[in-house]
Design a protein around this ligand. Structure first.
Ligand SMILES: NC(=O)c1ccc[n+]([C@@H]2O[C@H](COP(=O)([O-])OP(=O)(O)OC[C@H]3O[C@@H](n4cnc5c(N)ncnc54)[C@H](O)[C@@H]3O)[C@@H](O)[C@H]2O)c1
Length: 437
């Protein structure tokens, strides 16, 4: 394999992982971010995001074939640039492309000084059409070059999950390469194949070659399908609970049907993270903009809002928390990450505060990220400390350490445990309510 020189714009969850993994595959990689602190931490081998295996990759490759900088000129020494900056939701749910366009413009200005061919690869999640209609024109205007001449733009969505991002990158189910029509697809595809060749050799992952619009839609369809599956099993789970049926036994059985599949059938507190909600909202907004009313997608979000409310209602059935300590176990949107974006813990905390409870929260890694949003609640340094004297505990994240809790519940003032993740072992000492079982 010929090692390639790659630059990665944006060193967040996707970019920081991509840069390290590309280096691990043997490429020479420069991560570019506008945030100086992020760059300093990456260069110190201490990435600012918590992902299993990521620290090791930075320790191994920084100083050799991996580095970070705030200087876009680093792009000039590379064969291709991955764009991995954020695509947040606007107030109305539609996608806010301004960060991507700012990065595209800065990239274009830099490419003006590059003599040889460059490939730009959009990894950020964008609505079909946005690359051709907005990103390419931004690069063209800033670089003074036409697409297909000095550069091409491809779409290569990312399917990694936080908490297993490195593993997902190294063992992908698929690699989707979107290139188009007249705009040098052969040249762009050839370069992408070179980049991914060592990954394909290592993982055996299939490459899907498609158009740019299709590649962009594959990412939305993938995420929205998964979000829908979660909301569907959660809705079934809610009905199960009403009928005293264990939704996990139901899920185990229906998961044996290959048309359904066994994954994503753990009903509970709902999905969080930066993508499922954002991408579902973006697709809803895109559908409405095209005068199509997406009935099912609205319901996917609706059920997800219901789940934390149902946890609080189950708590209400056993204890009035007004003026009392109430514990929240788990703040990260899922185990294995410190990310609290979209976490179901926040509506749970809001509901407890609305009821007049004194909230005490614990998470092994996500307290700092929660403190930004809730500076005034109490934070415990262990699950045991959070439970001590609490009237009610709501379990929102499936951290393994919660499965080992036992005696700790006996220190609660009122040992009512509402489990949103089926992680707690019920005992005779506690009043235990599973959300969907
Ligand atoms: N988080 C995930 O698990 C995941 C998975 C698949 C796809 N995605 C998509 O990937 C994209 C990035 O998501 P993320 O979670 O990594 O975002 P993030 O917010 O964690 O990181 C974005 C990074 O880009 C940097 N940045 C902003 N403007 C820049 C500029 N002009 N030049 C260089 N750097 C700049 C920011 O400082 C930040 O470090 C989004 O479109 C998202 O939908 C995310």
């Amino acid at each position: 394999m010929e090692a390639m020189h790659a630059s990665v714009l944006g060193s967040g969850y996707v970019g920081a992982t991509l840069a390290a993994c590309l280096a691990d595959l043997g490429h020479d990689v420069t991560a570019v971010d506008i945030d100086k602190t992020v760059v300093e931490r990456l260069n110190a081998g201490d990435p600012p995001i918590a992902e299993p295996g990521l620290d090791e990759l930075y320790s191994k490759h920084v100083g050799d074939r991996l580095r970070a900088t705030t200087d876009y000129d680093a792009v000039l020494d590379t064969d291709l640039t991955f764009l991995t900056v954020q695509t947040p939701a606007r107030e109305d749910g539609s996608i806010d492309l301004s960060v991507v366009l700012a990065a595209a413009e800065q990239l274009g200005e830099t490419l003006a000084a590059k003599d040889d061919y460059h490939l730009v690869v959009v990894k950020s999640t964008v609505i079909p059409g946005m690359v051709e209609e907005e990103v390419v024109p931004a690069i063209e205007a800033a670089s003074g070059k036409r697409e297909g001449e000095g550069f091409d733009v491809a779409v290569n969505p990312e399917f990694q999950s936080q908490g297993s991002a490195v593993e997902d990158f190294m063992q992908p189910d698929k690699i989707v390469l979107g290139t188009d029509g007249d705009n040098g697809p052969d040249r762009a595809l050839a370069r992408l194949h070179e980049v991914y060749e060592p990954l394909v050799e290592r993982s055996g992952a299939p490459i899907v070659e498609t158009g740019r619009r299709e590649a962009a839609m594959i990412k939305y369809a993938n995420n929205v399908f998964l979000a829908s599956k979660i909301s569907l099993i959660n809705e079934i789970g809610n009905v199960c609970k009403e009928y005293d049926v264990d939704a996990y036994e139901v899920a185990d059985a229906i998961g044996l049907d290959e048309r359904i599949g066994a994954q994503f059938l753990r009903s509970g507190a709902g999905f969080g993270g930066s993508c499922f909600e954002k991408d579902t909202k973006a697709l809803i907004a895109a559908a409405r903009a095209a005068d199509y009313e997406p009935e099912l997608l609205d319901a996917v979000l609706g059920v997800n809002e219901t789940q934390p409310r149902r946890m609080l209602e189950l708590l209400d059935d056993h204890v009035d928390v007004a003026g009392k300590r109430a514990a929240v176990l788990g703040l990260a949107f899922k185990s294995g990450t410190d990310d609290t974006r979209g976490t179901r813990a926040f509506p749970v905390i809001d509901g407890l505060l609305d009821r007049g409870a004194e909230v005490v929260a614990y998470d092994p890694v996500a307290i700092e990220n929660t403190r930004e949003q809730y500076p005034d609640i109490e934070y415990a340094d262990s699950a045991a400390a959070a439970l001590d004297g609490a009237s009610g505990a709501l379990v929102v994240t499936d951290w393994d350490e919660f499965a080992a809790l036992d005696e700790e519940f006996t220190t609660m003032a009122e040992p009512v445990v509402i489990d949103g993740r089926r992680i707690i072992e019920p005992t005779d000492d506690i009043v235990y309510e599973g959300l969907t079982w």
